[in-house]
Design a binder for this molecule. Structure first.
Ligand code: AMP
Ligand code: MG
Length: 341
């Protein structure tokens, strides 16, 4: 082969590989999965989204995190300046006008209180504020007796005309921990949609929502094995394929301690009738169109237990649920086929 031809061949393959490299770099810069993770609202926020323009994708992810911070500032019971904390101080004295957003959250919570006959009750906080899971503290017996009557959603009076809230019980306090994260993931998805994102998943602790699919295949959403961490089992009990929808999981393993005196698991889901943690169930996952419903429903079904909880889900079109009890028995609502053994 003449020398000039060999040289030309080499330069051609060099040119070809340059083109390949260039294309690779260009595609990587222009379209990519963007991931972000932050600790907000006392939980882990995880986000992944696809955007044709990486920089715009990063901006969209930051907009979601900013929204999470905004909601945390509005609804945190730990921030004395949050609208929720202010309401907890004033609504025992007089009807207090609130933002449309806070009103909608309280209104929705009261709806689930009514349909569950009090299993979901944001006034659990009247007593619930005396639990501290990190410090392994629970209310004293006298405190429990004294504050149990203040867990009563019927004493939360709301007026749509003045958009105000009044607590007709002087010790009543509310906490939106059972609905706020689902609402926050919905808000995040709406922001992403407005910014033209078509494929995304956002989760705030146990509340997740997926937008579109994972570019040609469904998203895989895992349901944790409630005892995975403690007992060395598989970390994930089930994996569900999902396109467009929300899933919320309430678990007795999220925030808990083992009572040194009784050996009981003291966890963050409170039975409003007794003022103590709900026994029997280990985890409840509810699937549906949005987190504003699946989040309160997962907490509600947890409190109601498998029989009444499943009956409630069966009565609500568009929702499904999976319940894992403390012995590991799994129950499904009728719209979900049990996996083959
Ligand atoms: P989730 O994380 O959705 O399972 O909800 C648990 C959170 O809901 C707790 O951390 C509390 O803030 C709140 N919560 C606990 N018990 C109840 C209840 N019976 N009704 C409404 N909210 C509750
Ligand atoms: Mg929930």
């Amino acid at each position: 082969m003449p020398l000039w031809l060999a040289a030309r061949r080499d330069s051609m393959s060099l040119a070809a590989s340059l083109v390949v490299c260039f294309l690779f770099v260009v595609t990587n810069v222009q379209a990519e999965w963007v991931y972000q993770r932050q600790a907000i609202m006392g939980t882990d926020i995880n986000l992944s989204l696809w955007h044709e323009d990486r920089e715009k994708g990063e901006q969209a992810a930051s907009a979601v995190m900013a929204e999470m911070h905004r909601i945390d500032k509005l609804l945190s019971p730990y921030k004395p300046t949050s609208e929720l904390s202010i309401l907890n101080r004033t609504a025992v004295l007089e009807p207090t006008p609130v933002s449309a957003e806070l009103y909608a959250l309280i209104d929705k919570s009261l709806f689930y209180s009514r349909v569950s006959e009090g299993a979901f009750d944001i006034s659990f906080a009247s007593l619930g504020q005396h639990y501290n899971y990190r410090e392994q503290k629970k209310p004293r017996a006298e405190q429990l007796q004294a504050l149990l009557p203040s867990i009563d959603y019927r004493q939360i009076k709301i007026d749509p005309a003045s958009r105000s809230v009044f607590f007709a019980n002087e010790y009543l306090q509310i906490d939106l921990g059972g609905i706020a994260k689902g609402y926050a993931v919905d808000q995040s998805i709406h922001i992403l949609q407005d910014l033209g994102v078509q494929h995304a998943t956002v989760s705030a602790g146990g509340d997740s929502r997926v937008l579109g699919d994972k570019r040609g295949k469904p998203w895989s959403v895992g349901i944790k094995n409630p005892r995975g961490k403690d007992e060395g089992h598989e970390a994930v009990a089930l994996v569900l394929p999902m396109i467009n929808g929300a899933i919320s999981t309430s678990g007795d393993y999220e925030r808990f301690f083992i009572d040194a005196d009784t050996g009981e698991r003291v966890h963050h889901i409170i039975n409003p009738r007794t003022g103590v943690s709900v026994g029997g169930v280990a985890s409840v996952s509810v699937l549906g169109p949005d987190g504003f419903d699946t989040d309160p429903l997962s907490t509600t079904v947890f409190v109601m237990g498998p029989i009444r909880g499943l009956a409630l889900i069966e009565a609500l079109p568009g929702f499904e649920c999976i319940i894992i009890d403390r012995r590991g028995k799994v129950s499904y609502s009728s719209g979900l086929a049990a996996p083959a053994h």
